[in-house]
Design a protein around this ligand. Structure first.
Ligand code: CTP
Length: 406
């Protein structure tokens, strides 16, 4: 597993694009270096019209990359090495154009190619004219980026280079550096921690082709598994049937039924520090599964059901307090009260309650959730599943370090 070690000095890749705020990137570079980071700079062609590569080279004492076609000696795939070397990437200033390109996954220069190739967290600090910033297409791009887990440090208000007054100025350098530092801290926040995630639905067979299941897409659990791996955790993902590809650097155990999920979870339990049960496990299964496909004339009038094991409750019961256990609760009533009930019944440290009465929830990319513990209920704004995964793992890391007294 490609984990980087905490002791090593962390590298921040600063991407500079062609806006008047480019000169402030010099101050950002100095601030990040003062805070202990190794800093490398990538510039777009347009950025070099505002500040010269030599300026950044002098500040960082590192080569400054500006083109896909001018490699560092001995490095034929520069965008990949830069992408891998970075613990955090920050683009400041980020023009409307580069923001749009990143939002759409375009990669037509060294900077956007590196942003697409990196697995490191990416902080964007947009700066542009107020009307460009307020355009719904720009706002849409910002929302899409945030939903995908990019950190966007919103621009500040004031007098702009073009003479207009409004929001669009590059955020304060200290604020951008704070956002970078917060991401850098997260990067190794789960180094070596063994995380078990359950995800997706379970299918309970009626016969060879029919089953009882539900509409869970598995997206939340996969996002959690991927994000945990990115933070250095050793992740086992026990997944019911989904259409999703295996996340990188994650051990995936594919199962079909609740009974199989339980067996896989109990097998993994002894080597687990954190459990996150996001699976929408079917509560019941047909009491008997027919061999082969039943002809329609042979279909029974009623299907007798029996209860499935509760995977989370079984793991919670095994917990001697050394593990962190997180459950989910899909609610249409009073989410906090119900989540608290499940928290106690299944011996969880935290329950993620989500309101599935509206259009958000199963199969959607965004969700509104409440993090419920024995003492607090923290309601988060509507956000993408990746962003929810990040928030959740921040809380998990905090609970774990409180528990370990670190
Ligand atoms: N869970 C589980 N095994 C089950 C049922 C649920 O592991 N057989 C876990 C889910 O992964 C989730 C939590 O328990 O973390 C959900 O609990 P549940 O009591 O099923 O809540 P809801 O799905 O919200 O359903 P209900 O309110 O109807 O009880």
């Amino acid at each position: 597993m490609a984990t980087k070690h905490t002791a090593k000095q962390q590298t921040v890749l600063v991407g500079v694009t062609g806006g008047i705020g480019a000169y402030k990137a010099c101050e950002l570079v100095r601030t990040l270096m003062r805070r202990g980071f190794r800093v490398k700079v990538v510039m777009t062609e347009a950025a070099t019209r505002f500040v010269t590569p030599l300026t950044f080279r002098t500040l960082t004492r590192e080569p400054v990359a500006t083109s896909l076609w001018a490699d560092e000696p001995g490095d034929p795939v520069h965008h990949i090495s830069l992408a891998q070397e970075a613990d955090v990437v920050v683009v400041a200033p980020c023009t409307a154009n580069v923001l749009a390109k990143i939002a759409h996954g375009r990669a037509d220069d060294l900077l956007t190619t590196t942003v697409l190739a990196t697995e490191a967290p990416v902080v964007l600090a947009p700066a542009m004219n107020v009307h460009m910033w307020r355009k719904d297409i720009t706002q849409h791009n910002v929302e899409a980026l945030r939903a995908r887990g990019f950190v966007v440090v919103a621009p500040a208000s004031g007098e702009l280079a073009c003479g207009d007054v409004g929001e669009g100025r590059l955020a304060a350098v200290e604020d951008i550096a704070d956002a970078v530092e917060a991401e850098a801290r997260r990067v190794h926040g789960l180094a070596g921690v063994r995380v078990l995630v359950t995800a997706g639905p379970t299918y309970e067979p009626i016969d060879a082709v029919r089953f009882i299941g539900n509409r869970s897409s598995g997206k939340t659990g996969y996002a959690i598994a991927e994000e945990a791996a990115r933070r250095g955790a050793e992740v086992t993902l026990i997944s019911g049937p989904t259409a999703l590809p295996d996340p990188f650097e994650v051990r995936v155990v594919r199962v079909t039924t609740a009974a199989e999920m339980r067996d896989a979870a109990l097998t993994a339990w002894p080597d687990t520090d954190v459990v996150i049960a996001s699976a929408a496990v079917s509560d019941v299964r047909p009491a008997r599964a027919y061999v082969g496909k039943l002809k329609k004339d042979a279909l029974p009038e009623a299907i007798e059901l029996e209860r499935n094991p509760d995977v989370l409750a079984e793991l919670g019961a095994l917990n001697d307090g050394s593990r962190v256990v997180v459950g989910f609760a899909a609610e249409t009533g009073d989410p906090v009260a119900e989540a608290r009930r499940k928290l106690a019944a299944k011996r969880c440290d935290l329950v993620v309650a989500n309101d599935v009465s509206g259009e958000l929830g199963f199969g959607t990319d965004a969700n509104r959730v409440i993090f419920v513990t024995a003492t607090a209920a923290e309601e988060l704004p509507v956000m993408g599943k990746r962003a929810i995964a990040r928030e959740l793992l921040d809380r998990v890391a905090r609970i774990r370090s409180e528990r370990l007294g670190t």
